[in-house]
Design a binder for this molecule. Structure first.
Ligand SMILES: Cc1cc2nc3c(=O)[nH]c(=O)nc-3n(C[C@H](O)[C@H](O)[C@H](O)COP(=O)(O)OP(=O)(O)OC[C@H]3O[C@@H](n4cnc5c(N)ncnc54)[C@H](O)[C@@H]3O)c2cc1C
Length: 595
């Protein structure tokens, strides 16, 4: 072991020891590490990636850890040598993103989303069975030099590990023991034998043995549907330029796709995503239901995106949110969500659409899709071709189902999965807002509150500071409520949330001085978004819609999920959670009728 910082070449050599020596010139590289510890190996691999001019575009690092990591700043102890160049910023970024993680699977993004850490916290075997990817390299550590002791690696654990391997996956075994060596051989790994086979890892200062996954038997994995979704980056079309479409475009463009985003409106964020400001805050439930798990992961990703792309204090603020519960007579601020924010959706949409590889085309209504041998042709209402694409994503909210039905009517034999979608319906909503007095003397809370509706109290907008109360909820179908009735519903919410403020604002309500913003949410019967392929064999038509009242919390995560499926990468969430979001889920146990 050395105490000097490794040079980039050394770092490359170190990463080579960890199985990453084959990444040169690859589009993506995926390393699975079975003992995250305090993250030192991840930081070294990240440093090696940065230092290597031949690095892959995307580095995926999937790590298992029995407990939420307690990342020191910078990682120390346990014999790790100092990190190479600029270590403090990277360690700090890791430490910041690791704060407050709970058991489960988490996606942490670095380097503008090119270095993705998927942290799986909990029992190794169970979490390995939630994975859908093939690792290029595996580091199997039975105990970390920085003190973390993961589960023992018996036959069952190694079998779960093998699910994440392809023929040729490189293995680095730390601290080889006869028991685990036997299990690895049983499961299809070929281990290098001494004297060449055993070496010392100069970063981790542990004995290592190398190997490769190369079983003598044929692998029966080709029928797994997720493997058929993979496609090399080329060009694709996304219909809808709201939070869903723009985030999908950004996630795909980051992976090398050329993306055309089409919208019937002239400018982006013209639908529900034209909302002036909204909250990204986790949903909490006693049984930690699917929606809660999804929103917890989603909000973290949304905040990362906002931090990376938006101007704090202008386009968003990591304000946190106080959530009030109404079991008692008076509201109590019973929950403080630190990882929560107000965000202007339009700013996020425009930032995503401004990423390299994305072209926005406004003023084009897609009337139908035509399938031929080459791919899809998108047609306008006059039957004229708008564009062609090998893959299409429907991210046009409540417009998606009618578009599929029109397409089906024109081509009855085309296998489109629209009848397997959950029930989807539009829900109108109105946000009430007004500008603050200067100076403001009324008792506004310092930050956003939610519970019964929401109040976002101090948002800079067009030269003044505004407050927003929302949001009314009226299913499409019956005649639209007049604005006064919507404002009345919002004012009642405010009275419950902030009685003293409600009193102080009564003159504003009585003067009819509230302004309005209106939109339509796309809601599914089970309140979960729809993300996935619409066909089994030919996975060229996809959907990302149904964001409901939580587009700010869900859209970036859904986009990463879709892009991960296209790239055959590690998913940002557990496979079982991804399954619950599958667009074609009718008949899979989900509620399907409107509620
Ligand atoms: C009143 C209200 C308050 C809300 N508050 C919050 C909040 O606080 N936090 C939160 O997270 N979410 C909130 N939401 C929900 C959030 O706004 C949505 O979840 C999100 O904007 C949906 O994004 P989307 O891209 O799926 O849909 P949209 O933004 O509606 O985008 C769909 C796009 O598709 C286009 N389109 C449709 N059909 C076609 C076609 N055939 N051809 C071409 N283009 C087409 C439309 O023009 C539109 O631009 C609120 C919504 C409302 C209405």
């Amino acid at each position: 072991m050395t105490n000097d910082a490794p040079s980039p070449a050394d770092a490359r050599q170190d990463s080579a020891n960890h199985g990453a020596d084959h990444w040169a010139g690859q589009d993506a590289w995926c390393l699975l590490h079975t003992a995250f510890g305090q993250g030192a190996h991840f930081l070294h691999t990240w440093a090696a990636w940065r230092a290597d001019p031949l690095r892959p575009r995307m580095l995926h690092y999937v790590a298992l850890t029995p407990h939420a990591p307690d990342v020191p700043h910078p990682p120390a102890g346990g014999g790790w040598p100092p990190l190479p160049a600029d270590p403090v910023a990277r360690a700090l970024a890791l430490q910041t993103q690791c704060a407050g993680l709970v058991p489960g699977q988490h996606r942490l993004c670095f380097e503008d989303g090119q270095v993705l850490l998927t942290l799986c916290i909990g029992p190794a075997q169970a979490l390995l069975r939630e994975q859908q990817f093939e690792a290029d390299g595996v580091v199997l550590a039975q105990a970390q030099p920085d003190g973390c002791t993961p589960d023992p690696w018996d036959d069952w654990a190694v079998k779960a590990l093998v699910r994440c391997c392809r023929r040729g996956t490189q293995l680095t075994l730390w601290q080889p023991q006869p028991g685990v060596q036997h299990s690895l051989r049983q499961c299809g790994f070929v281990l290098q034998e001494p004297p060449d086979g055993i070496a010392t890892d100069c970063v981790a200062a542990v004995q290592t043995q190398h190997g490769v996954f190369d079983p003598r038997w044929e692998l029966k994995t080709t029928r797994e549907p997720w493997r058929r979704a993979r496609a090399a980056p080329q060009s694709c079309a996304v219909i809808g330029a709201g939070l869903a479409g723009a985030s999908v475009a950004a996630s795909l463009a980051r992976r090398g796709w050329q993306v055309q985003v089409l919208d019937q409106a002239d400018s982006p964020a013209a639908g529900a995503s034209g909302l002036p400001v909204g909250l990204a805050a986790p949903h909490v439930s006693v049984d930690d239901c699917v929606l809660s798990r999804l929103s917890r992961s989603g909000v973290r990703l949304s905040l990362q995106q906002a931090r990376q792309l938006l101007i704090a204090g202008q386009d968003w603020a990591p304000s946190g949110v106080h959530e009030y519960l109404f079991d008692e007579q008076a509201p109590q601020p019973t929950r403080w969500h630190r990882h929560a924010a107000w965000i202007k959706p339009g700013a996020l949409v425009r930032a995503w659409l401004g990423q390299p590889g994305i072209q926005f085309r406004g003023g084009v209504q897609v009337q139908t899709l035509q399938r031929d041998a080459a791919g899809w042709t998108l047609l306008d209402p006059a039957g004229q071709a708008i564009t062609t694409a090998t893959r299409v994503v429907l991210a046009n909210a409540t417009g998606a189902l009618p578009l599929l039905q029109r397409t089906q009517a024109a081509q009855p034999d085309l296998p489109l999965g629209w009848h397997q979608l959950p029930a989807v319906y539009g829900v109108r909503g109105l946000v009430s807002w007004a500008a603050h007095d200067a100076p403001e003397t009324r008792p506004f809370p310092p930050g956003p509150v939610n519970g019964s509706g929401s109040l976002i109290p101090h948002v800079p907008y067009d030269g003044d500071t505004r407050w927003f109360v929302g949001a009314s909820y009226q299913p499409l179908g019956p005649p639209e409520w007049p604005d006064d009735k919507n404002h009345g519903a919002n004012v009642l919410r405010l009275e419950k949330l902030q009685p003293a403020l409600f009193e102080a604002l009564t003159p504003v309500f009585e003067a009819g001085a509230l302004q309005a913003w209106k939109g339509v949410r796309c809601v599914t019967a089970d309140r979960l978004p729809m993300v996935g392929s619409l066909q089994d064999e030919d996975q060229s038509l996809w959907m990302c819609a149904g964001m409901g009242s939580r587009g700010l919390s869900h859209a970036p995560l859904c986009a990463e999920l879709l892009a991960a499926q296209w790239a055959g990468e590690p998913l940002p969430i557990e496979a079982s959670l991804a399954q619950a979001l599958q667009a074609r889920r009718r008949g899979l146990g989900a509620k399907t009728s409107p509620v």
